[in-house]
Write a protein that binds this ligand. Structure first.
Ligand code: FAD
Ligand code: 2HG
Ligand code: ZN
Length: 484
């Protein structure tokens, strides 16, 4: 797979032996120890079919105690470990690079407590995001995050990647919504940070290190998270704009005119829309008569349908009057709203159907956000399809480049150009997907040497033997072995 030749195996790690497997059977029983080659193939391969490890062992613990015993053993014997949730990550972080033991949290999927007065949920890390949303949904709340992978991603994976997604504009990031965590450190120590308090300023806020830690600092086993109330009124509009400047102005107007009810502001370009309509069964063009270059999905969520509708109508009317949007459709019912959302949420999946896709998840100041897409398109000409979409309301561009197959010549046209461009624009080379394996070596484009050194210090403190998710996030200590 592409990229793998760039790093060589860290020789400090031990090879897996039969006695190790026997020991894990003692801890987990037969069911929790998977050596079946078909199951291993799935767990070794990432969602994009871009990264593939060759681990010989998949472990499925059911309790924190078991996670602790597994890590204690791995730490003592220097066996490297990849924590894995739903394996929907998009930066090669959730699969082994070589033969690391895969520690999948999926069997730890119990809801532990839900406080119906405060909306605070405490659950195990392996709970699927969509199941949690359904659970709190039937009790009058919603999860503060939502993403296209909700049917498979796990809350522990969401926390570990600090996933952003479709509701961040409204509810903010997991750094604010996660109230507590239980984490098992590399040596098996159980760190109980599972508070359920909105406010707690007693010393350093350690849980923040594991939010976005990508499994390199500890294994998240339990999560406490605040969920906002589910409000009565939701509206979804799908709008067409002639150019990117109009999208920006529409966003500024949406903030002004929709104010507190604005709950999502997403965008996709014509190329993205076309890929969705072509490759995803059951998707319909929300604006079949419009052939514009840019599309916006605007959602409002509030407590009063009349009030919200009035605001939305006024906003749309003025946007048309000012020439910011050329067309628009407001979903008339829940199923139409879902079909609009499917167009936006389906881009990632649709892009995967065309062969190979290079994904760049970037924060870029709003005014320059689309310039990169245009620059890349003229740079690559006919060799690839360049698509831009993303969480415009959060300044987050998803630049996807689709080609018939992974190709090193094409890659050399894209990288490091895309990282240099982003750094020059004072953006971030990872807005929400993390660094994983893909971008570990590119961290310097977004973080100073001093900042990376402090990160390395945390890594050494929490995992002195480096067994947790090696080769990910930080440039490997075996950097000198990089073959290029
Ligand atoms: P995995 O992919 O299994 O793991 C991701 C990383 O977290 C790995 O480094 C892994 O080692 C680590 N990890 C997993 N579980 C644990 C644990 N319990 N303890 C410690 N480390 C752990 N991301 C966004 O931010 N916003 C989006 O809108 C979004 N949309 C997506 C849409 C699609 C269709 C797909 C396929 C992905 C999308 N993603 C998005 C990326 C991905 O879904 C998220 O990053 C998600 O949070 C990963 O969760 P997971 O359970 O699949 O984790
Ligand atoms: C999205 O917002 C996801 O759709 C996936 O973050 C982005 O695949 C991508 O590049
Ligand atoms: Zn995204």
């Amino acid at each position: 797979a592409p990229g793998h030749s760039r790093v060589v195996k860290d020789r400090r790690f031990a090879e897996l032996k039969d006695v190790d497997i026997a020991h894990f059977r003692q801890i987990l029983g037969d069911k929790g120890v998977v050596v079946d080659s078909d199951e291993l193939k799935v767990a070794n391969t990432d969602w994009m079919n871009k990264y593939e490890g060759h681990s010989q062992l998949l472990l499925r613990p059911r309790t924190t105690q078991q996670v602790s015993e597994i890590l204690q053993y791995c730490y003592a014997g220097r066996l490297a470990v990849v924590p894995q949730g739903g394996n929907t990550g998009l930066v090669g972080g959730s699969v082994p690079v070589f033969d690391e033991v895969i520690l999948n949290l999926g069997a730890m999927n119990k809801i532990l407590n839900f406080d119906e007065a405060s909306g605070i949920l405490v659950c195990e890390a392996g709970c699927i995001l969509e199941s949690l949303d359904n659970y709190v949904g039937s009790r009058g709340y919603v999860m503060p995050l939502d993403l296209g992978a909700k049917g498979s991603c796990q809350i522990g994976g969401n926390v570990s990647t600090n996933a952003g997604g479709l509701r961040l504009l409204r509810y903010g990031s997991l750094h604010g919504n996660v109230l507590g965590l239980e984490v098992v450190l590399a040596d098996g120590t159980v760190l109980d940070l599972l508070g359920t308090l909105r406010k707690d300023n007693t010393g350093y806020d350690l849980k923040q290190l594991f939010i976005g830690g990508e499994g390199t600092l500890g294994v998240v086993t339990k999560v406490s998270i605040i969920t906002p109330p589910k409000l009565a009124s939701t509206n979804v509009a799908f709008l067409a704009c002639e150019d990117y400047v109009s999208c920006q102005k529409t966003f500024a107007q949406a903030k002004l005119q929709l104010g507190e009810i604005l709950s999502a502001f997403e965008f996709l370009d014509r190329y993205a829309l076309d890929v969705v309509l072509k490759h995803l069964d059951g998707t319909r063009d929300p604006l079949p008569d419009s052939k514009q270059h840019f599309y916006l999905l605007v959602e409002t969520t509030g407590s009063n349908q009349l009030h919200d509708k009035e605001k939305l109508d006024a906003f749309l009317e003025s946007a048309i009057e000012q020439g910011l949007i050329t067309d628009g459709a407001v979903a008339q019912d829940i199923s139409q709203a879902a079909s609009f959302w499917k167009v936006r949420e389906g881009v990632a999946e649709a892009m995967g159907k065309g062969g190979a896709v290079y994904k760049y998840d970037l924060s870029i100041p709003l005014k320059d956000l689309y310039t990169l897409v245009e620059d890349m398109r003229s740079r690559l000409k006919d060799s690839a399809t360049v698509v831009g979409y993303g969480h415009m309301g959060d300044g987050n561009l998803h630049l996807n480049i689709m080609a018939p197959k992974y190709d090193n010549e094409l890659l050399a046209q894209i990288e490091p150009y895309v990282y240099e461009w982003t750094a020059a624009a004072k953006g971030s080379i990872s807005a929400e997907h993390g660094l994983g394996f893909m971008k570990a070596k590119a961290i310097h484009y977004s973080k100073s040497t001093a900042a990376v050194q402090v990160m390395e210090g945390f890594k050494k403190l929490l995992d002195p033997r480096g067994i947790l998710n090696p080769y990910k996030v930080l440039p490997s200590p075996s950097e000198s072995h990089v073959i290029s």
